[in-house]
Design a protein. Structure first.
Length: 230
């Protein structure tokens, strides 16, 4: 049987008898045709095995259904009242600042409020107004007009001492609670009372014991932890 010489496009393949080559080409064409047909009919394939409808309830519908059930039973109103009561209690009695104890011996410390810029401050045109490394002390621009008195109103001795200072020099003192109800104290003392939420100020000033008085001394802040009589 004569051999088929490979054409330029088939160089590199081994020469095959014509019958064998024809059968292989036909096999490839049939395979390709079968694949194309399968792809064309893929969307029409029947499901394999049993199918079931989606039984999961829509989340929003489920929430609405439960809310309606709570309303009918009267529980929704009760939950509302509980939430309001908790909110009022949190406002009237904030969580006390953790880690503070009554002062048992006097202690004085100083805080330098000087701030150092860690990057350039630019104007709208990109010009440098204040270069990185610039040091500034807020007390050089504005003085501290009032002293800050930190105390725990749950301690009767501290509350008495704070009340005495406010009656004597209340115009120059700003009372700041670290524990107790500031709303109740405002009603009793008829004056504005503040609360150091999350202890941010006592942490910044390094206060560990109360009562403590913070005031300006020169270009620094002085903090006196005071021992009260009991």
């Amino acid at each position: 049987m004569p051999l088929l010489e490979p054409a330029p496009t088939t160089r590199g393949f081994h020469c095959l008898p014509c019958g064998e080559l024809t059968r292989r080409i036909l096999s490839v064409l049939l395979l390709a045709s079968g694949l194309m047909g399968a792809l064309a009919e893929a969307e029409e394939l029947a499901a394999i095995g049993p199918t079931y409808p989606i039984a999961e309830q829509n989340l929003l519908d489920m929430i609405a259904q439960r809310l309606r059930a709570l309303e009918k039973s009267g529980q929704f109103h009760a939950l509302q009242e509980q939430a309001i009561a908790k909110g009022r209690a949190a406002v009237a009695n904030p969580a006390p600042v953790a880690g503070l104890t009554p002062a048992k011996e006097p202690r004085t410390l100083y805080v330098d409020p000087t701030y150092v810029l860690d990057k350039n401050i630019l104007d709208a045109q990109g010009h440098v107004l204040f270069p990185a490394g610039t040091r500034t002390n807020p007390l050089a621009i504005t003085s501290m007009s009032k002293s800050l008195l930190f105390f725990d109103a749950r301690d009767p001795a501290q509350a008495r001492m704070a009340r005495s200072l406010l009656q004597r020099d209340g115009a120059r003192i700003k009372p700041v609670l670290v524990g107790g109800s500031y709303l109740q104290l405002m009603k009793q003392w008829k004056t504005r009372i503040y609360f150091d939420q999350q202890g941010r100020l006592v942490g910044r000033f390094g206060i560990r014991h109360v009562p403590a008085l913070v005031y300006q001394e020169g270009m620094r802040l002085r903090i006196d932890e005071i021992v009260v009589a009991r």
